[in-house]
Design a protein around this ligand. Structure first.
Ligand SMILES: NC(=O)c1ccc[n+]([C@@H]2O[C@H](COP(=O)([O-])OP(=O)(O)OC[C@H]3O[C@@H](n4cnc5c(N)ncnc54)[C@H](O)[C@@H]3O)[C@@H](O)[C@H]2O)c1
Length: 310
């Protein structure tokens, strides 16, 4: 069992990962400034530091705790916010990430696992499902900063021998998802439907995304700490689903048509996205197990009862 830091451990993916790592018997520490994370999601068995990843105080935490493994998940994760305020995105997603990385090196951390993005790195790829070898020309500052940090990791490996693995997530969905997030379309539609509110659909609804369920993503994150692979691994379902598919699945699960208002599409919005998970199969022995219908059912059950952990 290991001593593990999870940055962003009060967030959607981070808090679910923390629960799993603790259930497996690891000692887990969380760093989070609660920008979008929630105290209610923090596992009470985890030690919690409420601090910004950019802060110089991070150094003292690393020197005191001496982590073995670090999951770096803390991020500003909205593409549109990165376009409105590129400097803020750069501060959190690059300077903050670099602060974590440099402290890993200085304090003797064995490995860092980084949550990158498959949805915002490849752009409008010709090849779908898109493999990791596809050209990466992001069309957002969020994507650029994620990709740049991937390069920092590789540089640290080449120069210092520092071990890492990168997971490039598709659109993750499920219980605890932050509603402000753009990737949160399933959560937003589910929440509105359960509360009998109207959701807004931009565009014709035929735009596609690759939706991957939270529990599958956590399985991939856990597996990543035990493999030796200094590179990028896509974590997606390999399936393209449209917004209309999502509407239909939620309506089916609830037994009635959900309320949706249609508005014109947003300029520059990506039309299609879908990731190949072949490399994840080879390296992590991972494949998605929860399909969209099942995942939506589970998300609805959670949204109806909102079982927030103590
Ligand atoms: N959700 C998705 O579909 C998706 C897709 C691709 C990649 N990712 C990546 O996965 C990671 C987790 O995303 P999520 O969906 O759980 O989002 P989230 O917003 O729920 O979690 C991010 C966490 O980071 C914390 N945080 C933000 N800025 C911070 C700072 N400056 N200092 C300390 N903590 C800070 C937030 O409070 C939050 O708890 C992010 O790195 C995100 O970019 C998510």
């Amino acid at each position: 069992m290991s001593k593990i830091l999870v940055t962003g451990g009060a967030g959607f993916i981070g808090s679910t990962l923390v629960d799993k790592l603790i259930a497996e018997g690891n000692e887990v520490i969380v760093i989070d400034n609660l920008f979008s994370g929630k105290k209610e999601y923090l596992n009470s068995a985890a030690r919690f530091y409420e601090v910004d990843i950019i802060s110089p105080d991070i150094k003292k935490i690393f020197q005191t705790e001496k982590f073995e493994i670090v999951y770096h998940l803390a991020a500003q994760m909205e593409v549109s916010k990165s376009m409105e305020n590129p400097m803020f995105d750069l501060d959190v997603n690059l300077r903050g990430a670099f602060n974590i990385l440099e402290n890993c090196r200085q304090s003797g951390v064995k490995k860092l696992i980084f949550s990158s993005t498959g949805g915002a790195i490849y752009g409008e790829s010709e090849e779908r499902p898109t493999p990791e070898s596809a050209p990466a020309y992001p069309v957002s500052f969020y994507g650029i900063h994620k990709l740049t940090f991937e390069k920092y990791l590789n540089c640290y490996y080449q120069v210092y021998g520092f071990d890492y693995t990168i997971l490039r997530f598709a659109n993750v969905y499920g219980p605890r998802q932050f509603k402000g997030g753009e990737a949160g379309v399933v959560s937003i539609f589910v929440d509105n439907a359960v509360e009998n509110k109207t959701s807004i659909q931009y565009g014709d609804g035929l735009q596609t995304r690759d939706f991957v369920y939270i529990d599958d993503v956590v399985k991939a994150l856990v597996a990543a700490k035990d493999v030796t692979y200094q590179g990028e691994i896509n974590i997606g379902s390999g399936q393209e689903s449209s917004l209309l598919d999502i509407r239909r699945d939620i309506s089916r699960a609830l037994g009635e048509k959900i309320k949706v208002q249609e508005k014109p599409g947003k300029p520059g919005e990506q039309r299609r996205s879908c990731l190949s998970y072949q490399r994840a199969q080879e390296i992590l022995n991972w494949e998605p197990t929860v399909n969209l219908t099942e995942g939506i059912d589970r998300t609805i059950t959670w949204a109806k009862h909102k079982n927030i952990p103590k």
